[in-house]
Design a protein around this ligand. Structure first.
Ligand SMILES: C[S@@+](CC[C@H](N)C(=O)[O-])C[C@H]1O[C@@H](n2cnc3c(N)ncnc32)[C@H](O)[C@@H]1O
Length: 434
């Protein structure tokens, strides 16, 4: 941690300040105020007194790094990872795990009341991750020459790592081989590694600026274990990835609570294997319906279980790869009362406008719902809405609109899908008020 602080510190000749960390802020920061200025400081714990060095001036705050922890919190601990503080992948390793979850709860409750202006918010429940390390079954490494690792926090410099403690231990065994592949590729790469603990197999997507020859892609197999059953070369344009070529199998199989899932390289799957079962149970809790619609359904991770709680569920996703997998998954698991269609959330809502729906399930990406989607939901007025979110800011905005439009929040559960990071996943149930 020290070296990253000093390298950023050297860039500026700013004066150190003593600060008291008042409260946590989304993004992995602790907030402090001094002489009318707001400071956001990484690697701190609320309640600590620190000496900090400003590193960046922003419009409404100053970003700072701690130089010295003068009075540490009782929740502070030694991070387990030697790369912590250099690598930008983790933000809370210096905090005891139960306290990380308490901090996320404070942030989630504050987001809902401050951004969402939600009154009478029921107490947020929490579901901790059974494993605080080794939980990720999908990891994106950056490759630069023979360095493989992650970007430094907020920057594009690749910090090489020997292993990553939040990744599944089997994924870590591939790092030496990925270093060889990165060096052979001879250009900056991204490696998206997926691992199925259910079948002990991997897929690897290699994202490169220039297309790799088929023979080169094939030759990477020589460095990788046989358990890597498929390798693809992809192009990145903005946030979206396009496959250029593939060698081997294009999917992995996963088993969750007795159901089997085929997940192709281009489809989303929940990353924390240790939470799969309790996450599903949290979503299903007290759910029953006659007709449900599920938007952003992916490969049917929740749909296959939700189908057992009601008469009929129609799920959709805009990604054709996910919908193909979902349809296959429904077939192999014997679901009769569910239908998967390829559709955008907006078009699906429009298509079912005016129909009586007693449950609407939503699991959007970080951007949350669009205004048009929110408007259609308020027009269609499903009796209950189950909103699964991975971003408290967009969740708060959306719940603000839905509660102003006549819904009330019945329960919110923080599901700690991403220990050691600032990311906050949650499940909220809303009910229409008569
Ligand atoms: C957070 S994932 C959730 C998937 C699924 N519920 C699960 O748990 O596996 C979000 C999903 O939304 C889909 N998606 C993104 N934008 C969409 C849109 N505008 N309309 C419909 N689906 C969308 C993605 O393809 C992805 O499968």
């Amino acid at each position: 941690m020290k070296s990253s602080q000093s390298s950023e510190t050297r860039k500026k000749n700013n004066k150190a300040v003593d600060l008291f960390i008042e409260k946590p802020v989304y993004g992995g920061y602790g907030l402090a105020r001094k002489e009318g200025k707001v400071f956001l400081v990484r690697y701190t714990v609320p309640g600590e007194l620190i000496k900090a060095i400003p590193i960046r001036e922003k419009k409404d705050h100053t970003e700072a790094l701690p130089l010295e922890i003068k009075i540490p919190s009782e929740a502070r601990r030694e991070p387990v990872c030697p790369f912590y503080g250099k690598c930008g992948g983790c933000h809370y390793q210096h905090i005891e795990y139960d306290h990380q979850v308490r901090i996320k709860k404070v942030i989630l409750e504050e987001s809902l009341t401050r951004i969402g202006k939600i009154k009478n918010l029921p107490e947020v429940h929490t579901l901790m991750s059974p494993e605080e390390f080794g939980y990720r079954i999908r990891v994106q490494f950056k490759g630069d020459g023979d360095r493989v690792g992650f970007f430094r926090w907020g920057e594009r410099e690749v910090i090489g790592v020997e292993y990553c403690p939040v990744s599944h231990p089997e994924i870590n065994t591939l790092i030496p081989a990925l270093r060889r592949v990165s060096a052979e590729a001879g250009m900056p790469c991204e490696f998206h590694v997926s691992y199925s603990p259910s079948e002990d197999k991997f897929l690897i997507i290699i994202v490169t600026p220039t297309e790799l020859d088929k023979e080169i892609l094939e030759s990477f197999r020589d460095f990788l274990p046989e358990r890597v059953v498929g390798i693809g070369n992809y192009l990145r344009v903005g946030q979206s990835l396009t496959m250029r070529k593939w060698t081997g199998r294009e999917y992995l199989l996963y088993e969750v609570k007795g159901k089997r899932f085929r997940v192709s390289a281009g489809s989303f799957f929940q990353v924390n294997w240790s939470l799969w079962e309790s996450f599903v149970d949290t979503v299903l809790w007290d759910i029953n319906y006659r007709k449900a619609i599920e938007l952003y359904g992916g490969v049917g991770f929740f749909t296959l279980f939700l189908a057992e709680k009601g008469n009929f569920i129609e799920a959709s996703d805009s990604n054709p790869s996910a919908v193909n997998d979902a349809q296959y998954n429904a077939k192999i698991n014997g679901g009769e009362n569910l239908l998967f269609i390829k559709n955008s959330a907006y078009r699906h809502l429009k298509m079912r406008g005016g129909e009586v729906i007693d449950l609407l399930v939503l699991d959007p990406p970080r951007s949350g719902l669009s205004q048009k989607e929110r408007d259609l939901i308020l027009k269609n007025r499903p009796e209950r809405i189950l909103y699964i979110s991975c971003n408290p800011a967009t969740l708060a905005r959306d719940l603000g609109h839905l509660t102003a439009g006549g819904y009330s929040i019945k329960r919110t559960v923080l599901v700690d899908n991403f220990p050691q990071t600032y990311h906050i996943e949650s499940v909220t149930l809303l009910e229409i008020q008569e």
